[in-house]
Design a protein around this ligand. Sequence first.
Ligand code: SF4
Length: 242
Amino acid sequence: MPGWVESHAAAAPDLTALDRAVSDCRACPRLVAWREEVAATRRAAYRDQEYWGRPVPGFGPADAPIGILGLAPAAHGGNRTGRVFTGDRSGDVLYAALHRAGMANQPTSVAADDGLALRYTRIFAAVRCAPPDNKPTPAERDTCAPWLHRELALLGAHLRVVVALGAFAWAAWWSAVPAVYRQRPPVPRPAFGHGAVAGAGPAVPVLIGSYHVSQQNTFTGRLTPAMLDGILGRAKQLAGID
Ligand code: SF4
């Protein structure tokens, strides 16, 4: 018998309904407790703001040919603003790159009502609630997977390329191959790497690996703006854009 997440995800007829349904999810006790504690205590700089404190849905058009798959919302980013990669340093790097690539109408993403609109791309996370230390457990990843799977199914054949930000997202992708596309994932699984490209059949979006846009990577120069531009350029090329 399907669990709560699976049945509610499967019942969503479109992305708007899915976004609404995921926002009500309380399936992971540890993550529910954490996201709500962060929302109640708040960071000093945001003391006067009402935190979202709930699961963070995907963002971007329903006919996007490119998906960007992140790890999970940041405690004081998406968990505060209610929009993925919004209001944190990782998002600053990502949206600036999307703007340079012609995939966002503005280079910044500070609040859910800031007028940002995406073109060609939809951004979503493998785990929809902010985890302590940015580390969801494998069980939490698996519990959350039906939300991702339904999102991919609703994007359908529009979606031709998925950029996995980091090794966690890369690993999380493979469960979608049988669940959504009814194909067998390659054995052995292709290894994550920055610029790695992996396919699983003509009906399955091509996967591209990218180092995550975390401060840990961008402050140390492990991931530079030029490297991210290269990944988005490759994604557009593989998606047949421009
Ligand atoms: S991580 Fe996913 S499955 Fe777990 S409570 Fe959040 S939205 Fe629900």
